[in-house]
Write a protein that binds this ligand. Structure first.
Ligand SMILES: *Cc1c(COP(=O)(O)O)cnc(C)c1O
Length: 234
């Protein structure tokens, strides 16, 4: 069943890319497995997926310890500074932290990266629709934050991440995806040392096709692959 869900998502990604003249290899599917059991991850892993996204540090660390070691794990949830050390110890398994939105958090990641003699790839999370309920830097503050973080040599900035509003009609989010893409182009044109803008992490179950049309290079899809989440019974 999960394999069928995955096939549908992959087909949608391929068709969307084709429609807008993009190569599907430009878009990485991150399977968001938060709250889901390791047996579900195994099943999707068996289908060839190697990028998995998690939101909670403790759950992520446990899954890293139990699951195959060629998985590229993505930390996509809000990250507290006091949890960074647990992630940094697993840096070899963590491909990317998507959710860096303050200098203080970046500073802690930098400290812990150095302690573990590594460099950690991150995205800067932008709260593109200025939603009070969401984390992320504002669009206006993103450049300054990136310029500040760029000086931390235990961190490598790879791009931007956003979560668009939860809307009924995904088309409504197109304007936000376009704004993030424009912001990335602008930041990229400034050629800041230690800053790349090659990753745009945007698009979830409801809106990944629109996000791809607007330039997403990474989509984070949970429900469409693993089914609805039950937060009581995790
Ligand atoms: C849970 C989550 C997702 C996946 O959401 P779905 O709607 O289930 O696809 C993507 N990104 C973030 C940041 C999430 O927290």
């Amino acid at each position: 069943m999960l394999a069928e869900n995955l096939k549908t998502v992959q087909k949608n990604i391929a068709e969307t890319c084709k429609r807008v003249g993009r190569d599907p290899s430009e878009v990485t599917l991150v399977a968001v497995s938060k709250t889901k059991p390791e047996s579900d991850i195994q099943e999707i892993y068996g289908q060839g997926i190697r990028d998995f996204g998690e939101n909670y540090v403790q759950e992520l660390v446990e899954k890293i310890d139990h699951m195959p070691n060629d998985i590229r794990w993505h930390m996509i949830g809000h990250l507290q500074r006091n949890k960074v050390k647990y992630l940094a110890r697993k840096a070899a398994s963590i491909a990317l932290i998507h959710s860096v939105d303050t200098y203080r958090l970046a500073e802690e990641i930098n400290i812990q990266a150095k302690k573990n003699k590594t460099v950690i790839d991150i995205l800067v999370e932008v709260n593109i629709a200025d939603e009070g309920s969401k984390f992320g830097t504002s669009k206006e503050d993103a450049l300054t934050l990136i310029q500040d973080i760029a000086s931390l040599d235990g961190i490598h900035i790879r791009g931007l991440m956003t979560s668009a509003p939860n809307v009924k009609n995904a088309e409504e989010n197109r304007t936000y995806f376009r704004a993030i893409k424009a912001l990335a182009v602008d930041i990229n044109s400034r050629n800041i040392d230690n800053v790349e803008m090659d990753i745009l992490s945007m698009g979830m179950t409801n809106d990944y096709q629109i996000a791809i049309e607007e330039g997403a290079t990474m989509v984070r899809v949970g429900t469409a692959i693993f089914g609805a989440r039950n937060y009581q019974k995790k």
